[in-house]
Write a new protein. Structure first.
Length: 215
């Protein structure tokens, strides 16, 4: 059995590729993927993009097509890595992407976040939502802490599991998750706010008094 996927928009629009089905692989459906990139809109071009637990690589390939400055796929399964490398080569975009064959949890402990805003998509196998809950929460918290202001973090989950049980107290008090549902698929989107510029002090913002004006 194979999944037949397509690139929705961008320079690779309409290009199709096939991915061999295997346990735990659930490519993000076209509808949800299109909705996600419509939300991100102009944030993708020129930004680094990370597709973690890449699987089919459909999300990262969409980012390549839509002009991300570079895309890194992180996936542990040897077959998935080989298939993805073949697709990147066939589409002639392999020079704009990097595939890291690694366990995402270990990869994240060594990851150096870019200084500029980035987009990170986290699509763990759904079974990890139950069997690796603590690791996932720790992973999310670590990514939030290291990403530069202006960055986005997206977590894919399944509809039957409350997203709050996974995100939990990883949500900073001043920032929130935008949770969208597409059938059984849930996408939780977090944006790291850019700190507001310091307002001018009262001493410098007040106009001079009359005596000063008349000197």
């Amino acid at each position: 059995m194979q999944y037949r996927l397509r690139i929705i928009a961008g320079e690779l629009r309409g290009r199709r590729f096939q991915v061999r089905a295997r346990p735990g692989l659930r490519p993000l459906a076209d509808r949800a993927r299109e909705a996600l990139f419509n939300i991100l809109a102009t944030e993708v071009p020129g930004r680094p993009f990370y597709d973690l637990f890449a699987g089919s690589g459909a999300v990262g390939l969409e980012a390549v097509s839509r002009g991300a400055s570079r895309v890194e796929f992180v996936e542990q399964d040897r077959t998935a890595v080989r298939d993805l490398a073949g697709v990147l080569s066939a589409f002639r975009v392999d020079t704009r992407a990097l595939i890291a064959r690694a366990d995402v949890y270990r990869w994240a402990t060594r990851w150096q976040a870019p200084a500029e805003p980035a987009i990170v998509f986290l699509g763990p196998p759904y079974e990890h939502l139950r069997t690796h809950r603590g690791q996932l929460r720790h992973l999310i918290q670590g990514l939030q802490a290291r990403l530069a202001p202006g960055s986005y973090l997206i977590v894919q989950a399944e509809g039957q599991a409350p997203v709050s049980y996974l995100l939990g107290d990883s949500e900073p008090a001043s920032e929130s998750w935008d949770v969208r549902r597409y059938g059984r698929t849930v996408l939780a989107i977090w944006h790291k706010a850019v700190p507001a510029a310091n307002p001018p002090s009262a001493a410098t913002s007040q106009p001079p008094d009359d005596a000063t004006q008349n000197r």
